[in-house]
Design a binder for this molecule. Structure first.
Ligand code: GLU
Length: 392
């Protein structure tokens, strides 16, 4: 006989949900729009806003990251199904975003909330000054008790400078404003050990406490027709959120009142953040989406980094990529593990000449006096070596 779930030990009832004060909710196009008619699922969206209104009554702050602009717009413009040209998606977004903003504004008002639209581009989160500016706007809106609704500014984003998926965008937003919990409402209810549609033995994970190679392999590439991300970008989002100390949960958005369902123990996968907090600057560094290169360090330097030191040229075995001074790079161990990320103090052409050399030799080799460190401690965010599991 099946035992009834015990709310104290059943991992479905995460205390993280009850404790989360600032929550980001990301919803994908497949949930928001009806596949056949290309229209907005207003009833479902209304039930979500109802949940959000309930959370706000209890003093919890919510930010929505909403897709749907392209899916809505392409239908209004009678664009064909299948992949769109960049300019067609930009045009579709221009049309769809108005409908989206209108719907959020109306539904929020009906629940006594004020919706606010924020359209971000990749540069708004990757350049520190713009990042701080976007953060201030979001925090001000929250202080004024508005309901921010964020999307990528798809009308101006080009392939080189776009997120392309709202999973990573929502994690970047979560990290930007120190959110406690990121909810990814999806057309699947979590991360499975194998594709659930084709493998009978596929099992959903309740809790993930570390993004291991196995977890990345489980994510594969699968996605639904309307979503840009699939599981792969969700696991990427989990990395960004966890590095920011933010828990993330993937759950099905196919049912009405999807947030209430989380509180009631709906099936989902929780990605728990490590408990030791990181600084805001480290968080920004570790969440950088496009590292420009890789710096491989020797075993001695790896040890030094984990004891809190800066990375000196002497401990570097090789550099790769095309980075300039100040760019973000991946730090790797000699056996290929990613140790963390950092902002490098030298351009690649200079770094190549000083690696393996003593700090005192730098100015003679380069002909100018640069910094002693290749990556200063303050410009580095290391992944943690060991995490204490907080769940099963
Ligand atoms: N920003 C896109 C839109 O609003 C969607 C991106 C995604 O599906 O993740 O249509």
């Amino acid at each position: 006989m099946a035992e009834s779930p015990d709310i104290n030990t059943d991992t479905r009832y995460r205390p993280e949900w009850a404790a989360a004060r600032r929550i980001i909710v990301k919803l994908g196009s497949a949930l928001l729009t009806c596949r056949e008619t290309g229209t907005l699922n207003t009833d479902w969206l209304g039930s979500l806003i109802d949940d959000i209104a309930e959370l706000s009554k209890h003093g919890r702050e919510v930010v929505i990251v909403s897709s749907g602009a392209i899916a809505l717009g392409r239908h209004s413009l009678s664009l064909p199904t299948g992949p769109l040209q960049l300019e067609e998606s930009q045009a579709a977004a221009a049309v769809g975003q108005i409908a989206l903003a209108h719907a959020y504004s109306d539904l929020a008002r009906a629940h006594g909330l004020t919706a606010a639209q924020i359209l971000l581009t990749l540069r708004d989160t990757e350049q520190r000054r713009r990042y701080l500016n976007a953060r201030d706007t979001l925090l001000t809106l929250l202080r004024l008790k508005a309901l921010p609704v964020v999307n990528e500014n798809d009308t101006v984003a080009t392939n080189e400078i776009r997120y392309g998926d709202n999973d990573r965008l929502s994690a970047r937003v979560a990290s930007m404003i120190d959110a406690d919990c990121l909810v990814l409402l999806s057309d699947v209810d979590g991360l499975y050990t194998a594709p659930p549609n084709s493998d009978q033995n596929a099992r959903r994970l309740d809790v993930v406490t570390d993004i291991t190679g196995d977890i990345e392999a489980m994510a594969g590439d699968a996605g639904s027709e309307l979503s840009s991300g699939g599981m792969k970008t969700k696991v990427e989002a989990a990395k960004i959120a966890r590095a920011a100390g933010c828990d993330m949960v993937i759950t099905s958005g196919k049912l009405m009142h999807p947030l209430r369902a989380i509180a009631e123990g709906a099936a989902c996968t929780w990605f728990l953040a490590p408990s030791n907090p990181v600084t805001a600057r480290q968080r920004w560094i570790s969440g950088q989406l496009e590292p420009k290169g890789t710096i491989t360090v020797d075993a001695g330097a790896e040890k030094a980094l984990y004891s809190g030191r800066s990375l000196l040229p002497a401990g570097v075995a090789s550099v790769a990529g095309a980075f300039d001074r100040g760019d973000s790079v991946i730090i790797r161990s000699h056996d290929g593990r990613e140790l963390g990320r950092g902002l490098v103090a030298y351009a690649k052409k200079d770094a190549e000449r000083i690696i393996g050399k003593k700090t005192s030799e730098i100015s003679t080799i380069l002909g100018f006096a640069g910094r002693d460190e290749l990556i200063h401690r303050d410009d580095m965010a290391l992944h943690r070596l060991h995490r204490n599991d907080r769940g099963s």
